[in-house]
Design a protein around this ligand. Structure first.
Ligand code: GLN
Length: 491
């Protein structure tokens, strides 16, 4: 048998289904790969060796008993440490939750288990999903398998790095402003942000509740679609979950793979042109646009005049919601408690705990958000940002009257060297220039590899209307069928 870690999820599921490989063999091969390379990649914060092998044995037993197995049964998956996992450490990349073992599974993890996937462990991330490089993780950065001196993106850099390092064929991320798509772009992998409310937030540690969206990460578009179908759909435990079926993303990915986009209209956003992206990214994107056009897509330019205000609006809305959400980390209910020695008041214990438990970026956001929401500033900052959010939504609605989907580079620049943007928060925030509009609107977006710039991967983003997630999979799969997948140099 050839090395299973090099296979797609679809291929692995096929092996397990026919009995050509057992789930235990597949799982052990990935655990061995993690043991061999993760010292250099640091994709995982926690590897659940025992749990993974037990889950794999269970799949093998069910198969032996003749049970009907789902399309991803026996396939290993890495889960971003932002999702609760029963009895398995969940830190959100923060010291404040170090050692916390949640008493329950998030809906996403519950559905992963029900689908017969095997959870390998929890992946590294920027603390509380705030960042674009994993350098704000309290547990050290992850590294990009394409060049281990470079960042793998963020906040879900661990999940993307695990895929690119062949430590897992599937991974879960969460996308508030780009944290699935941007890591996908800079590691040459596929990352999809579903329609907001299309995947459950139950058990997703909250950053910005009106934006947070868990979603699939994989090395191929079809694998991402299969994972999306497995985790998506209505959840009564999440009040903003949409009571509608998941669009048929798997059929759309298969349709796209035929390489025919005739009749599909794609819009290029005027405002993303110009000085937005670095030259190598623009060149790879333009070449991909040519390819899409050769596949039959009609390409038009569309102006979305309010997109240029998306970044500033996001950096008011997301910190505002974060300042409210993170109030629950008070040293009483979860994780870390500092100064509880009989000499400090409750207030002092809270502030000592937060001082010790939160890193600088999280503190910056809490302060920004508290300020933006404070009386006297609310209308000028938070209220104004909400109005901009409405205008951005109107830009999308108007655009989708003329085109089926919008396309852009996923990120303005390729993976940058570790340390290059940590001293200037604004430079870090720019990584999500092209991904944030979809979050403010609530529509789905996917990043698919489209080429290389100086030997580093470039991603193309497809943005679709809310609840039309299938459209973006069709376009992404068509592009993938033409340009292929991208493999980093051996680690
Ligand atoms: N990089 C963005 C931020 O720092 C987006 C993060 C995310 O999507 N979780 O907020």
């Amino acid at each position: 048998m050839t090395d299973v870690t090099a296979m797609t999820a679809t291929q692995i599921a096929g092996l397990v289904a026919t009995g050509a490989a057992s789930a235990v063999e597949v799982t052990q091969a990935h655990l061995d790969r993690i043991a061999a390379v993760d010292g250099r990649v640091n994709a995982f914060l926690h590897v659940d060796t025992e749990g993974a092998l037990a889950a794999a044995r269970d799949i093998d037993a069910r198969r032996a008993a003749g049970a009907e197995l789902g399309p991803l049964a026996g396939v290993p998956v890495a889960v971003k440490d932002v999702l609760t996992t029963k009895g398995v450490p969940t830190t959100v990349g923060s010291k404040i939750l170090e050692g916390w073992r949640p008493p329950y599974d998030s809906t996403i993890v519950e559905r992963l288990r029900a689908a017969g996937t095997v959870m390998l462990g929890k992946t590294n991330m920027d603390e509380f999903a705030m960042g674009s490089s994993t350098e704000y993780s309290a547990y050290g950065p992850s590294r990009n398998p394409w060049d281990t001196d470079r960042i793998p993106g963020g906040s879900g850099g661990g999940s993307a790095a695990a895929l690119a390092a062949y430590e897992a064929p599937l991974a879960i991320g969460s996308d508030t402003g780009g944290s699935i798509r941007q890591p996908g772009a800079v590691t040459g992998t596929v990352g999809a942000k579903p329609t907001y409310g299309g995947t459950s937030r139950y058990g997703l540690v909250a950053f910005s509740s009106s934006l947070d969206t868990p979603g699939p990460c994989a090395r191929t578009v079809l694998d991402a679609a299969l994972l999306h179908a497995a985790i998506g759909g209505h959840d009564p435990r999440d009040s903003t979950s949409i009571p509608a079926p998941v669009p048929d993303v798997v059929a759309a990915a298969k349709l796209g793979a035929t390489g025919d986009l005739s009749g599909v209209r794609l819009g290029i956003v005027t405002e993303f042109g110009g000085e937005g992206a670095e030259p190598g990214v623009t060149a790879a994107f333009n070449e991909a646009v040519n390819t899409l056009s050769k596949l039959g897509a009609e390409i038009v330019e569309i102006s979305c005049p309010h997109f240029r205000y998306a970044l500033p609006a996001y950096y008011l809305i997301a910190p505002s919601e974060c300042s409210s959400n993170l109030a629950r980390f008070d040293g009483v209910r979860f994780g870390l408690r500092t100064g509880d020695d009989g000499n400090h008041s409750l207030e002092e214990v809270m502030s000592l705990t937060r001082e010790a438990g939160f890193g600088p970026e999280v503190k910056r956001r809490i302060m920004l958000g508290t300020y933006a929401l404070s009386s006297g500033y609310y209308d000028a900052y938070y209220g104004q940002a909400q109005k901009v959010r409405t205008l951005i939504t109107r830009d999308f609605t108007a655009a989708f009257e003329r085109v089926d989907a919008l396309i852009s580079p996923t990120t303005p620049f390729v993976a940058f060297p570790l340390g290059a943007r940590t001293s200037d928060p604004y430079q870090m925030y720019l990584a999500d220039l092209f991904t944030i509009p979809s979050n403010l609107y609530g529509g789905p977006g996917i990043s698919v590899p489209c080429g290389l710039s100086d030997g580093l991967p470039v991603g193309l983003q497809v943005m679709a209307p809310t609840l039309a997630d299938d459209r973006m999979y069709r376009v992404a799969a068509a592009l993938e069928s033409a340009v292929g997948t991208f493999t980093p140099p051996a680690l």
